[in-house]
Every structure is written in C-alpha cells, then in structure tokens.
Design a protein around this ligand. Structure first.
Ligand SMILES: [Zn+2]
Ligand SMILES: [Zn+2]
Length: 204
C-alpha cells in the first residue's frame, strides 16, 4: 500500500499525524497545502479509494504501453513487408528487363530475335525460349510462338511446329504477303510446305 497523495493539491508530501495522547484524533495531512483529513475510518476509506484509483491508472498505462508496443511492432512489420515487396518487385522488373534484352540466335536461319518481337516474315511474335538443358546447346524452335528448343537435327521442336510454320506460310501466301523465294525461311519448310498443308487440310 502506498502513501496516498494529497486530495486537494495532488502533492506527495503527505504525512499521518497520530497525536501521542489522543490517537483517536489521527489525521492525514499535506505539508504543501495544509489539507487535513481526520478520522481513522475516513483515512482508511480514502487510502482504499486512492489505491483503487492508482491500480486502475496503472492498468490503463500498462494497456496503453502494450498498445503502443503492438502498433510499433505492426508498423515495423509493415515497413519490412513494404521493403521486401519493393525489393522483390525491383528484382522481378530487372529480370524481366534482362530477359527482354537477351538476344536469341538461330544460326541455320540467320535469325536473330528478342522475346516479344514480331517476326518480319511470319508476322507472329517470338516467345521466350526455354533455357537449354544442361549440356545441350540447341537453337530455339523456329516457330516463333513456340518456347521449346529445336531437335538436334531440325529447326523445329516437333513435327507440329513444322506444320504450323507451313500453315502460316500458306496463309500469308494466299494474302500475297509472302514471296516465294529469298525470304530467308528454312529450306525444309519451303520444300515440304505444300504437302504438309494438304495433309493438314485433309485432317480438318
Ligand atoms: Zn496538498
Ligand atoms: Zn516448336
């Protein structure tokens, strides 16, 4: 139990005055402002009330401190999260830019391209080719939207892509957008295009 502060001025300079020959005239006094409270019961009631208020205030302060701590931790976490995401975003952006700048080459066709670029002959965009498997150095598949690597003895990853190029060429030729020769396209397409298109047509 703490010595209560003065009821009048709130000062801490209080004292309990118990007269030697008249202990029943006990009083609680304040040195600072001269406030006095007489009577044992009154004093006890005041002390009880004072301590109760003190406990409530302490609990309130503790709660405020806990809340402040929680908010501080939350802000710190938010700030860390924000920085983490900003960094991740920055890294992703940089990776994307690096990819965009990467140049792919298909030596057999004298073709050089970047992912997302339009192929000037086939009028379709180049996909981002998948990386070569370890120990392999295969060219990208020559059908621009295909992300696979070509087979070792071919310009394409599969028969499907050979057909796709042939089909596209037939379409362009029909619209007059493709000259028959000197367009830099792989010879195997030129020679087999007609057969393949016929085959495709029969399947449709
Ligand atoms: Zn006082
Ligand atoms: Zn392919």
């Amino acid at each position: 139990m703490q010595r209560p502060t003065c009821k009048k001025c709130g000062g801490r300079n209080t004292f309990l005055d118990v007269p030697r020959f008249h202990p029943e005239q006990v009083s609680l006094g304040c040195v600072t402002c001269g406030w006095r409270l007489y009577g044992e019961e009154e004093i006890q009631a005041y002390v009880v009330q004072y301590n109760k208020r003190l406990e409530q205030e302490e609990a309130k302060i503790a709660a405020q401190q806990a809340e402040a701590k929680r908010l501080k931790a939350l802000n710190l976490k938010r700030e860390r999260d924000r920085m983490y995401w900003a960094r991740t975003k920055e890294q992703r952006k940089r990776k994307k830019e690096q990819k965009r700048e990467q140049v792919y080459i298909i030596p057999d066709m004298n073709t050089v391209f970047r992912a997302g670029e339009m192929d000037s002959i086939l009028k379709v965009r180049w996909a981002e080719p998948l990386p070569n498997k370890e120990g392999e150095a295969l060219s990208p598949c020559a059908w621009p939207p295909c992300e696979q690597r070509a087979r070792a003895n071919s310009k394409y990853c599969s028969r499907k892509c050979t057909v796709r190029v042939a089909h596209k060429r037939a379409q362009l030729r029909k619209k007059g957008e493709l000259k028959e020769s000197g367009d830099g396209l792989p010879i195997d397409v030129n020679s087999c295009a007609k057969d393949v298109v016929t085959t495709v047509a029969r399947h449709i």
